[in-house]
Design a protein around this ligand. Structure first.
Ligand SMILES: [Zn+2]
Length: 245
């Protein structure tokens, strides 16, 4: 049941005819697991909190450093040196005190995944490497959890939504085994803003049931030429992760 204050807080989104009280209450009851509190995680966390997602679980092992601040907008000079999950939680408490935040400062591995993830309605991939993405993907497939993928570099990025067996999984569309490169990926802050905002919107649509999501489609954004392209993607029947499902 929304309070008078919450109704005022969410008034502008609830004005959408398809939204109303029912969709807002769905969001307030939802739990979202956000893997990564960096460039993509920042807009995802900020917009999901502002929209009134009831429970946000944020997982990241890093601390805030100066070179994060060109794009990781939930962090600031005042939180340099503190764990990113704590920095994000501090900011969110000011954005929306009605949101419950669970901050987990650890690196995701195949061994700890089951003990940290809980029972989210959706997992959002805001990670910066494919090795961890594949660990999260495998867990999501095994436990039938929806996974919203996002990735960025320089002035481009991509996003898709995986709910196998109705869609491919992340492993279906990756060319072979990805090696850890360790290189620092160039990123303009606004790029993280574009793709992270799209991820937040896709999550909100999925949780409320409004609109259609990027299932079986991958959206590519090229900011240098300012193009959005959406391509159809399909399952790999021989996929080692979801092929047998
Ligand atoms: Zn697959």
């Amino acid at each position: 049941m929304l309070t008078k204050k919450e109704r005022e807080l969410y008034q502008r989104q609830m004005l959408m005819p398809s939204w109303g009280t029912e969709a807002q209450e769905k969001l307030c009851r939802s739990t979202v697991f956000i893997a990564g509190a960096g460039g993509l995680g920042s807009p995802v966390i900020a917009y999901l909190a502002a929209a009134g997602i009831g429970n946000l679980v944020i997982c990241d092992s890093d601390t805030v450093v100066l070179s994060n601040l060109n794009r990781q907008i939930v962090h600031s000079f005042s939180t340099l040196g503190t764990p990113k999950v704590d920095s994000a939680a501090r900011r969110l408490a000011e954005t929306n005190p009605y949101v419950a935040i669970r901050a987990i400062c650890t690196r995701i591995t195949s061994r700890n995944m089951s003990s940290i993830i809980g029972a989210p309605d959706i997992i959002i991939d805001c990670l910066d490497n494919f090795q961890t993405r594949l660990i999260v993907n495998e867990y999501a497939v095994r436990h039938s959890l929806p996974l919203l993928h996002g990735g960025i570099e320089a002035m481009r990025g991509q996003i898709s939504f995986f709910t196998p067996p109705d869609t491919p999984c992340l492993a279906c569309i990756l060319p072979g085994r990805m090696k850890r490169s360790g290189r620092k990926i160039p990123v303009v802050g606004a790029t993280a803003g574009v793709i992270g905002s799209l991820q937040a919107l896709e999550a909100i649509k999925f949780l409320t049931g409004i609109g259609s999501t990027l299932r079986n489609r991958m959206l590519f954004w090229d900011g240098q030429d300012m193009r959005f392209d959406t391509v159809a993607i399909s399952r790999n029947p021989k996929c080692s992760v979801c092929g047998g499902k």
